[in-house]
Design a protein around this ligand. Structure first.
Ligand SMILES: C[S@@+](CC[C@H](N)C(=O)[O-])C[C@H]1O[C@@H](n2cnc3c(N)ncnc32)[C@H](O)[C@@H]1O
Length: 268
């Protein structure tokens, strides 16, 4: 049976899994196709992929709350994904009704679903773009309308840096964003690492090769370098559940099985 309904934008390749839809499935969402679900189930056999997704999403929420506490009221969310529980604009607008959010993703299902959700939300919008084009994104008319680059911004790159290969120099990419931001801006970033489960992660690399979004996990040192030119806030770059957990039980007995490092840093 072909899966087509109002939420499937025209021209989507439903055969080739996408990271956005695999993540949606792992988080219990309904915007995914059989190929996405099959890939996700392969991942679950290699790594605790459901927990990894849930813990990453929980980090996103805590990071946004931290940035709001630090006085940040505008957010650029790169690789924002398919809207699900705890979207950035919901967290931000609940804390400050004047907050503004621009989501960026290149996956058409993620963008179409975000557009639908944001139709009645004047303070937030979504841009379909490749995050590897910072100048284009930062100059986009809707970004300019919603975001004031002369004021501190919350730049979110949560669960996305592993999709940028070394050949595309993710370190230089983050630096291009950093250089465009006002002092006091913050970067919140999490990314897949090899460090805890090298074999499982190597399996995941192989599985994602058969998707629109191959992955490139990195070591702690390599991910740390993405924060060059920023000052990491406490506790530094740590496994996602260890980043300012709200309750001891959220950490569990093996934080490393989150397989993603996370950090928040300030541009001085
Ligand atoms: C794992 S999801 C993370 C979603 C959300 N940031 C979160 O942490 O809950 C990664 C998202 O990044 C998007 N993505 C990957 N590479 C991208 C690129 N070069 N430009 C824009 N989006 C990208 C994917 O389409 C996917 O929606």
């Amino acid at each position: 049976m072909t899966e087509s309904s109002s939420w499937v934008p025209e021209g989507v390749n439903t055969e080739l899994p996408s990271a956005a839809r695999v993540y949606d499935y792992l988080l219990g969402g309904g915007h995914n196709f059989p190929g996405d679900r099959a890939l996700a189930e392969e991942l679950v056999r290699l790594l605790p992929a459901r927990d990894m997704s849930r813990l990453n999403r929980a980090f996103l929420r805590r990071a946004v709350l931290h940035l709001l506490d630090a006085g940040i009221t505008q957010f650029l969310d790169l690789g924002s994904g398919i809207p699900t529980v705890g979207n950035v604009h919901e967290i931000a607008l609940a804390a400050d009704p004047t907050a503004r959010v621009v989501y960026v993703d290149y996956e058409p299902v993620a963008v179409a679903h975000s557009e639908m959700l944001l139709r009645e939300v004047p303070n937030a919008d979504v841009l379909r773009a490749d995050m590897r084009e910072p100048e284009k994104i930062l100059r986009a008319p809707r970004v300019r309308e919603l975001i004031d680059l002369s004021a501190p911004l919350g730049l979110l790159m949560v669960g996305v840096a592993q999709f940028i290969p070394d050949d595309d120099d993710p370190w230089a990419l983050v630096a291009r964003y950093r250089d465009a931001l006002a002092p006091g801006s913050h970067l919140a970033l999490s990314a897949f690492t090899w460090d805890n489960a090298p074999e499982g992660m190597a399996g995941a690399v192989e599985v994602f090769r058969h998707s629109q979004d191959p992955i490139f996990p990195r070591t702690h040192q390599e991910i740390l370098r993405l924060f060059d030119g920023f000052e990491l806030v406490e506790p530094g770059l740590v496994y996602t559940p260890l980043w300012r957990p709200e309750r001891a039980e959220d950490v569990g007995d093996n934080a490393a099985r989150s397989n993603l490092y996370a950090g928040v840093a300030r541009k001085t």
